[in-house]
Unconditional design. Structure first.
Length: 231
């Protein structure tokens, strides 16, 4: 398993945006240009740039030679390399990606108190008891820890939001560095590990093993300008 993260570049002018857009495939480029919200367009662009950077490095192939397909729930996969799994996510200032030889999922969320409103229905009974016992200052971080754990689990499964999150428990098991996933409907054995890339975001990675890397590989967004143009 390898985990990568890149921070969005700030104050990019349109010329620089166009230069970066030339580094991604035509289909995604057209989709990016169709996005009206500047932030959403930027995160979509950087998500594809990081995907290109990671896949070409891990597979030792040119990006045009890598075929990316999607399941009915939108999970990406490589049909000609079934043993290679990858997943990406973005929020706030960051885009992140995980690769593994077995199914893996990743999620990152910017901590925002507005997201907690009516969001506690994601808790299992055990998690809700802990949440209710916490001080108000602790509840926000607990919520986003649970949110990212469960989102990474769903992304590892590739099922979208078609699993009742209240039926999944992701609480610590002793002093282990990872969290076991307990699902009321057995779907395989999975664990989750948190990584910290800055204090204002929460990130979690889910895998069917416990062999997690110690750290996240940081990718400088400026390096994307040096990628070969695909136009």
């Amino acid at each position: 398993m390898e985990i990568y993260a890149t921070r969005l570049l700030q104050n990019i002018d349109f010329t620089s945006f166009e230069l970066l857009a030339e580094k991604i495939d035509r289909e995604r480029r057209e989709a990016v240009y169709a996005i009206r919200d500047p932030y959403t367009a930027m995160t979509s662009l950087f998500s594809r740039l990081l995907t290109r950077r990671v896949l070409t490095k891990r597979l030792n192939r040119d990006f045009p030679d890598i075929q990316i397909s999607y399941t009915q729930y939108g999970k990406p996969y490589l049909p000609d390399v079934p043993s290679f799994h990858f997943n990406s996510a973005h929020s706030g200032d960051w885009v992140v990606c995980v690769t593994d030889t077995t199914p893996a999922g990743i999620d990152i969320e910017k901590i925002d108190a507005r997201s907690v409103f009516n969001g506690t229905d994601i808790f299992s009974c055990e998690e809700k008891k802990i949440y209710d016992s916490l001080e108000n200052s602790e509840k926000l971080f607990f919520f986003f820890d649970i949110w990212t754990r469960k989102e990474s689990y769903l992304k590892a499964l590739g099922t979208g939001l078609n699993i009742p999150l209240a039926g999944v428990t992701t609480l610590p098991d002793g002093k282990a560095a990872y969290f076991p996933v307990i699902d009321t409907t057995p779907r395989g054995s999975f664990t989750i590990k948190h990584y910290t890339i800055d204090p204002s975001h929460r990130m979690a990675v889910c895998a069917s093993h416990t062999n997690y890397p110690e750290s996240v590989a940081m990718v400088n967004g400026e390096d994307f300008f040096h990628l070969k143009s695909l136009i």
